[in-house]
Design a protein around this ligand. Structure first.
Ligand SMILES: *Cc1c(COP(=O)(O)O)cnc(C)c1O
Length: 353
């Protein structure tokens, strides 16, 4: 029996996707070759890439709205520098929201390219809330935010409203909830949290914002180069793209983001209500800013730690240790995690004495 996998990333994939992916490793498309040993230019793989790109636009409701979909490498961490490289003018300026460790890493890279104004930060309380009522300066090249803070368990509910270009790191909550995705000009996400295995990074880019910086951008870091080659400028990470495509297909068959959001809300409600009603547990993030993907909590009585940990192990629960900078526990309840797994965790919490 498979464990209940609450890992923060790389994280759970559905059994159905794992089954199909493993079949393709042995024999892809009944062609008696592995997907790992055929050309990325072969019609069979080009079709996979095209399918993956079109599913992204379909699921985000961004079809025919001027967006291009790229499957890149280098993780979300490379996007921390690709975004300023492609969007910040020479001697330009960008505005950043500092809502956690990933945001601050993005800020560090952007500072290599120009001026960064941190418009708001929740660092004062170890990032356990989302700052509100901040003012965005008007003369910036773009605004950058992180929709879900994987480590602290907070999530932005209201995005910055302005006429500026808006860039969002959605690594840990892409495809998890309905949003008006047209409010963003660049969305990026490492695949390994809510979309697929490690090895590829999704970037959804509005083409009309590109080519305005006056910079010479190295080819591999230039969104326009990747767009002009349909995400095939160099050899793409074929297996990661294929497995992501399978997950996107699974999501579409399930009813898309609207359907998965309902399930995600039910999972989060079940777990948060146990945290709030059980005196042995306490949530880490401010209630109004709680994430529906990463649920952070602590024991109110540390002496119960060993007992709780062994009960979790007994119940085949895996991956709920908190990040070292927060401590306690973190249950990541991404799209692929079934409601039953959350119920198992809640039952263990109820049984703790
Ligand atoms: C995991 C994570 C990253 C880093 O992703 P890599 O693919 O490892 O570079 C960046 N941002 C957020 C919000 C994350 O959760």
């Amino acid at each position: 029996m498979k464990k209940h996998n609450f890992s923060a990333g790389p994280s759970i994939l559905t059994q159905e996707v794992l089954q199909k992916a493993s079949e393709a490793v042995l024999n892809f498309n009944n062609d008696n070759l592995s997907i790992l040993e055929i050309s990325h230019r072969s019609p069979a793989f080009v079709a996979v890439m095209e399918k993956a790109r079109s599913l992204v636009l379909e699921l985000l409701d961004l079809e025919n709205k001027g967006y291009s979909v790229l499957f890149l490498q280098g993780g979300a961490s490379l996007q921390f520098l690709m975004t300023p490289y492609n969007l910040m003018k020479e001697n330009g300026k960008a505005a950043y929201l500092d809502t956690g460790a990933w945001s601050s890493k993005a800020i560090k890279e952007a500072k290599l390219f120009g001026e960064v104004e941190v418009v708001a930060s929740s660092k004062d309380k170890n990032y356990n809330y989302i700052p509100k009522n901040y003012t965005i300066p008007s003369a910036v090249d773009y605004i950058h935010c992180t929709s879900n803070n994987t480590i602290y368990g907070t999530q932005i509910k209201e995005f910055p409203k302005s006429d500026n270009v808006l860039v969002c790191d959605m690594s840990s909550d892409i495809f998890s909830r309905q949003l008006d995705f047209t409010q963003f000009d660049v969305i990026y996400a490492g695949a390994q949290k809510n979309m697929g295995p490690a090895g590829t990074t999704l970037a959804v880019v509005k083409e009309s914002i590109l080519g305005k910086t006056g910079r010479t951008i190295p080819s591999m870091l230039d969104y326009q180069v990747h767009i002009s080659k349909d995400s095939m400028f160099n050899t793409p990470p074929v297996f990661a793209v294929y497995t992501s495509m399978l997950t996107l297909q699974w999501l579409k068959e399930k009813g898309g983001i609207a359907a998965i959001e309902k399930i995600n809300n039910a999972k989060a409600e079940l777990l948060y209500s146990e945290i709030d009603n059980n005196p042995l547990f306490k949530g880490v993030a401010e209630k109004e800013d709680r994430s529906n993907m990463n649920v952070t909590f602590v024991l109110t009585d540390d002496s119960l730690k060993d007992k709780f940990d062994s009960m979790c192990k007994e119940a085949d629960i895996s991956g709920i240790n908190g990040h070292r900078s927060v401590g306690g526990y973190r249950a990541s309840i991404y799209n692929a995690l079934p409601l039953e797994s959350v119920q198992v965790l809640v039952n263990v919490m109820k049984a703790l004495k």
